[in-house]
Ligand binder design. Structure first.
Ligand SMILES: C[S@@+](CC[C@H](N)C(=O)[O-])C[C@H]1O[C@@H](n2cnc3c(N)ncnc32)[C@H](O)[C@@H]1O
Length: 269
């Protein structure tokens, strides 16, 4: 499964839904309480997980503009079954080149899920400026923050985790990625631009029964280690074999650190 494949996004969606920080989410919901309608731009929407997670909690009349450069994912997102009163418009574009076009038009809220850790500091700076000039709130969730805990412990875990965090900083199409530093950079930047920021952890928690997602994660981490050269290919394979054995034996659990951020102009609820 590739990092953005529909299969991977479907596998992670229930973990994302469970992980979303309730305090941060409730601040978003409170900000729009009493609104008759709301217009949302979702950046890098994938198959529409933010729409599915948030629509039931927002005012009944909603217009979502879903932006992504993957037409296949966008088509799936547009096909999401929505309650009456919720309309969806697909916006196919490259957010690195055309962020400003994606934000064009009236919007009450900008959302992004699992995006900020992919982008560069320069791009996040652009997003912050474009958001603030429009006085629009931003709800950006599930940014990986560099914390990985795996049990039972293995002598190669530290090398793998260091390699994963180095890999996170490789260019993903937006310039050198902020990776684990993205959420803290975003919080600090929005605060410095005069926004009120609420943030909180939104970790994935995987127990011994969550075998499919653990298998996918472990394989992707071994590949990342091979790519950045954190440990020898044979050590990475041996690590993955031990880890897969633990998953199959029902002895493996994993926590992956994420952070959710809600930034809004001061003076708004
Ligand atoms: C990790 S996925 C997250 C998808 C979705 N937000 C979710 O939480 O399930 C990252 C998304 O960013 C999109 N993406 C990556 N680079 C992009 C770019 N340059 N322009 C627009 N979308 C991009 C991918 O197509 C993918 O849908």
């Amino acid at each position: 499964m590739s990092g953005f494949s529909a299969e991977w996004l479907a596998l992670r969606e229930p973990y994302d839904a469970q992980a979303r920080n309730p305090v941060v989410r409730d601040a978003v919901i409170a900000a729009f309480n009493g609104y008759p309608s709301i217009r949302i731009v979702d950046l890098a929407c994938g198959t529409g997980s933010t729409l599915r997670a948030l629509a039931p909690r927002l005012p009944a009349h909603q217009n979502w503009r879903l932006a992504d450069n993957d037409l296949s994912l966008l088509a799936r997102a547009s096909a999401t079954a929505c309650p009456e009163g919720v309309t969806v418009t697909a916006v196919p574009l490259d957010l690195n080149r055309d962020l400003e076009a994606a934000l064009d038009g009236p919007a009450d809220l900008i959302t992004a899920s699992a995006l900020l850790d992919l982008v560069s500091q320069a791009w996040l700076e652009r997003l912050a400026v474009e958001t603030v000039v429009r006085s629009t709130p931003l709800y950006a969730v599930l940014s990986y923050d560099g914390r990985i805990e795996i049990a039972p412990a293995d002598s190669c875990d530290a090398a793998i985790i260091a390699a994963v965090n180095a890999h996170q900083r490789i260019d993903k199409g937006f310039g050198p990625a902020l990776g684990p530093g993205a959420a803290s950079f975003a919080s600090a930047r929005f605060e410095s631009l005069g926004y009120l920021v609420v943030h909180g952890k939104s970790d994935w928690v995987m127990g011994s029964d969550d075998r499919d997602i653990q298998m996918e994660l472990l394989a992707s981490w071994a590949s990342a280690a091979r790519e950045v050269g954190g440990l020898s290919p044979s050590d990475a394979v041996a690590w993955l074999t031990r880890r897969r054995d633990a998953v199959n034996a029902g002895r493996s659990s994993i926590r992956v650190g994420h952070v959710d951020v809600f930034a809004r102009p001061i003076g708004r609820r």
